[in-house]
Design a protein around this ligand. Structure first.
Ligand code: ADP
Length: 220
């Protein structure tokens, strides 16, 4: 059964008289335990698709369902509830509270999800390669470290569906290998992972690669 269904999604942006069709009829089904890589050049619509399927943005056309429930065209309160129950989300920015350290950010996410787990917290910090930066504040992190701290936050509550935009930007090989191991472990326990990535190493490990070009899926 599909845990996530995106059917014929359209999303248009308008700036003055200019219209950008960021998504032009994108359909995507994800099954439990599937690990899918979303690829495509910059501007092809990856971030827009991730925002629409997690209910952070509303598609202009089409439908999104998560766990058999409609997510699109719902009130923000309903979308927030469905999002919290189903997704761990890493966006390109804005994933961390600036006044909390890496460790505090992860712990806060665990507390919000009512899943505090000190052992898991330390494992996550290690998996994302931030053991020595656990007490750093977001302003003290590099771009890649910030993305990996955000990934640890997204993974904090062991979400049924992880949706991550470029989780391995600027990452060294060892850390990338550890992250790949973790994504494969998620697959084995029936958890779903969708990653927008430019990393060939990461995409090669996926069950399926979905490629976007100009707002359309070109091969799936
Ligand atoms: P990707 O993640 O693959 O780089 P995006 O989803 O960010 O692609 O962007 C898809 C298209 O939509 C691009 O042409 C981009 O310039 C445009 N776009 C994205 N967000 C906005 C926005 N908020 N306002 C106007 N245009 C946007």
């Amino acid at each position: 059964m599909s845990v996530l269904v995106a059917h014929e999604l359209y999303r248009f942006y308008h700036i003055g008289d200019d219209e950008t069709a960021a998504l032009r009829g994108v359909s995507l089904h994800l099954s439990a335990g599937e690990f899918v890589a979303l690829t495509g050049p910059s501007g092809s619509g990856k971030s827009t698709l991730l925002a629409c399927i997690t209910g952070l943005d509303e598609p202009d056309g089409g439908r999104v369902e998560v766990g058999g429930l409609r997510l699109s065209r719902r009130s923000e309160a309903v979308r927030a509830r469905l999002r919290a129950a189903n997704f761990g989300i890493l966006l390109q920015s804005g994933n961390l509270f600036a006044h909390l350290t890496v460790e505090e950010n992860i712990r806060t996410q665990m507390l919000l999800a009512r899943k505090p787990d000190a052992t898991r917290l330390h494992q996550l910090v290690e998996i994302v390669g931030l053991s020595r930066r656990a007490h750093a504040f977001p302003t003290e992190l590099s771009g890649g470290e910030t993305a990996r701290a955000g990934l640890a936050v997204a993974l904090a509550a062991d979400p049924p569906i992880l949706v991550a935009d470029e989780p391995t930007a600027e990452v060294d090989r060892d850390t990338e290998a550890r992250l790949i191991d973790h994504f494969q472990a998620r697959r084995r326990t029936g958890l779903t992972t969708l990653l927008a990535t430019h990393s060939k190493a990461l995409a090669q490990q996926a069950d399926r690669i979905v490629r976007l070009l100009d707002g359309r899926i070109v091969d799936a």
